[in-house]
Design a protein around this ligand. Sequence first.
Ligand code: SER
Length: 334
Amino acid sequence: MISGAGGEIGHGLIQRLAEEGTYSILALDLRPMDPELAALCAHTVVGTILDTNLLERIASEYQIAGIFHLAAMLSTRGEFIPETAHEINVQGTLNLLKFAVGEARNSGSNVKFIFPSSIAVYGLPDVATKATADTVAEGDFLVPTTMYGINKLSCEHLGRYYTHHYRQLAADRDGFHVDFRSLRFPGLISAFTVPSGGTSDYAPEMLHAAAKGEEYACFARPDTRIPFMAMPDAIDALLGLFNAPFENLSTTVYNVGSFSPSAEEIKAKTLAAFPDARITYENDRQRQGILDTWPADVDDSRARADWGWNPSYDFARAFDEYLIPNIRQRYDGA
Ligand code: SER
């Protein structure tokens, strides 16, 4: 089962899972799925993860062996309606965790629960600290300033609780449980979709605007540096963690990184491919404030050691071999 299946990550994940053909996919999304994507799924359900009646109905009709819980409200949008963000991001996750407990009990086996967390869980106190912090490890600077980051951090803890401590005092504890695994993703860049409502959106927005011949005013300062990842690597990470043997995992939360360019470096790479692109800077102080609390780079050595994380795309390859050719084809063909 994939929640938020029609979103950016869902697109990539459904295509990959369908190619592999190991699982029947149940896609859940607020909106009807793109017909092309829906065709790759065994079942599609339109609805919200806040609708517990709907979740009960799904539980009664299907047997769910694993959940990729991708539905979320991102960091920029969440700052306009923080209580709604909390409801979707935390209550929605809690509903699915409870749903997963029921599935584990009914099927008599553990239910894997894959959760994309984010670099937004970090909150570096100021730019000077960010500049000297080097790569940030999972336990560092966990003082997020956005509702989204706070929500992701809460959900990481909830997942750890459901995996290791759920109903720890109850006499009738179940033998089977939720096997929660989360990844802290950097900003993701896809050649085929553009994100909405995030604070790392300047990179994909800049690139897609350039390919479409549209002007783009970047809201981040030229020297802004946060980690990014090409979508195929993000899908590899999700599946790598999903397929890892439980006994190899030393934690329920893993950083994953690939490359960490400044906004100016992204602009230069974009201009190299699209020399006529019109890219300017129009700093948004508030959104910059959020970016300044996110780390310049992450330490992902735990993911590398425990389940063999190793991204295929560095900055140059991501642009030269994945993003630019696919984006060109997409908009040239339009
Ligand atoms: N891409 C997300 C955002 O910008 C971070 O996880 O909100």
